[in-house]
Design a protein around this ligand. Structure first.
Ligand code: CTP
Length: 399
């Protein structure tokens, strides 16, 4: 911590008093702290207390920066090694997620490219609210480190998740982040190549008709984006979907299973392959011209041909990536069927999900991670959170 500078943004919640202890711990370890107090925060701790503990000037209003000519708010955040928002209230995180800059704290949070760590504290219902969870997901997607709150009794008399973690636990997170090397902490997957398939495939019957499925591609796209954010070089082989390409991802569009197989092969070698696509198991013997209703004397015979299994083929090939991950969309016996798929297809992990509800095309997913070691079931969460957690898991394994 020696010589490191923390910019501490203090939001308006009862837990603000714990930030005083955090300042003390940072100072004791040789770090410097500059405090930015929101109007709400000032209802709970005084500038005088913070100035005494940090032995530095405390800032609270955009308008009292002496040095606006030097863009004082930008300067404040750029001098820091890490910005810690503690406590991060539901309101403050909502503003951060939306990019609102209506006071000194939110303005400097928007005007900085320094790493931000948010330490949430709020009532359990506010924490559980869909809006807060959406904002937390957005902030994490934007690269903000959002610590998980503790569970326990709250100042308002309720019990649950939302308590500010103890100052020594927050201090440990800060220390850990400052200790890891710049490359490791921001881009742990730098230099790693990842191939991802996503979306449906479209198998033509004739020039106007095709066989397809309900896959939206959202989960695969979210995973591609999450891995790119961790520094991986990502090739996303995509069936036809209505999604924007995630930032930093190299997207290759295909239509059919055969095209997808060829594109995967062309994108190799890779360290990791994640096959999320819902590949059509069958393709028709496509007619070069439109099949007319009357000409076949009843429904046409599609002469279905089995498509190659891209995942199984990859696991047997000499280009097999070090980590090969499949998905299994099931409507019943989810884990049982998925385990059988893991063995049959020879991949390292299989991510099983129950698609009997509105998962296909929906925003949430509830998955089971199946590996040789066993089954780990994750609670239902936004697809972007599944993607982030999976990307972090992959980074851990490759490290
Ligand atoms: N997969 C693939 N190529 C195929 C079919 C599936 O690469 N031709 C991959 C998918 O991308 C996914 C995994 O295999 O990672 C499982 O896909 P799924 O459709 O659930 O499996 P199927 O083999 O089609 O099995 P079933 O129809 O019995 O559910």
């Amino acid at each position: 911590m020696n010589g490191k500078r923390i910019l501490l943004v203090i939001g308006g919640g009862i837990a603000a008093y714990k930030s005083c202890e955090l300042i003390r711990l940072i100072r004791k370890a040789g770090g410097g702290v500059t405090c930015v107090l929101t109007d709400g925060g000032a209802q709970f701790v005084t500038p005088m207390t913070l100035a005494a503990l940090s032995e530095a000037e405390v800032y609270s209003s955009l308008w009292d920066l002496k040095n606006e000519t030097e863009m004082g708010h930008i300067q404040l955040s750029r001098e820091a090694d890490l910005i810690v928002v503690c406590p991060a209230t539901a309101d403050l995180m909502a503003k951060m997620a939306a990019g609102i800059a209506d006071d000194l704290a939110t303005t400097l949070l928007l005007a900085t490219d320094t790493q931000v760590m948010a330490v949430p504290a709020m009532n359990v219902r506010m924490w559980d609210h869909a809006a807060t969870q959406r904002n937390v997901g957005q902030l994490r997607d934007d690269g903000v480190i959002v610590l998980d709150p503790d569970e326990g009794p709250m100042a308002c008399g309720e019990f649950g998740e939302g308590r500010l973690p103890e100052p020594d636990a927050i201090f440990a997170e800060i220390e850990h982040w400052l200790a890891s090397s710049t490359k490791d902490r921001a881009h742990p997957l730098a230099g790693k190549r990842v191939v991802i398939t996503a979306g449906p495939t479209r198998e033509p019957i004739d020039p106007v008709r095709y066989i397809a499925n309900r896959s939206s591609g959202r989960q695969g796209y979210a995973i591609a984006g999450a891995l790119a954010r961790l520094g991986a070089n990502v090739s996303l082989i995509s069936g036809p979907v209505a999604l924007e390409t995630p930032r930093g991802v190299n997207r290759i569009d295909v239509e059919t299973a055969l095209e997808m197989e060829a594109a995967v092969d062309a994108a190799l070698p890779a360290d990791v392959a994640i096959l999320v696509a819902a590949v059509a198991d069958w393709r028709a013997e496509a007619s070069p011209r439109k099949i007319k209703k009357g000409e076949t004397g009843g429904p046409p015979d599609l002469n279905l041909i089995e498509n190659p299994d891209i995942l199984a083929g990859l696991s047997r090939s000499d280009k097999r990536p070090e980590l090969l991950i499949g998905f299994a969309a099931e409507t019943d016996k989810v884990v049982g069927h998925a385990k059988a798929k893991l063995d049959r297809k020879g991949c390292d992990w299989i991510i099983a999900n129950d698609v009997s509800g509105d998962v296909m095309g929906g925003a949430d997913n509830s998955v089971h991670i199946i590996t040789e070691a066993g089954v780990e079931s994750w609670e239902q969460m936004p697809k972007s959170d599944v993607a982030r957690k999976l990307a972090e898991r992959i980074a851990d394994v490759l490290a």
